[in-house]
Design a protein. Structure first.
Length: 72
């Protein structure tokens, strides 16, 4: 039986990645491990690391663009 959070279509996959980026990744990983095997761990860890780097990069770009503007 598939858990509520699954990868059957794009919408569910997008919601899982969004949930991982919001910090609730351990529950989704546990559900994945119950249905699948240990191969879920590298996927979720890579999603957390890459997602946090992307969010950090966007935040720093926004911060640097505000300091770089000459209209004070």
């Amino acid at each position: 039986d598939l858990p509520r959070w699954n990868f059957t279509d794009f919408m569910h996959s997008f919601m899982i990645v969004f949930r991982v980026l919001c910090g609730e990744w351990i529950e989704s990983m546990w559900d994945c491990m119950l249905v699948g095997d240990v191969s879920c761990i590298p996927f979720f860890l890579a999603t957390v690391v890459i997602g946090n780097l992307v969010v950090l990069n966007l935040f720093l770009a926004l911060l640097l663009s505000n300091f770089g503007s000459s209209s004070l």
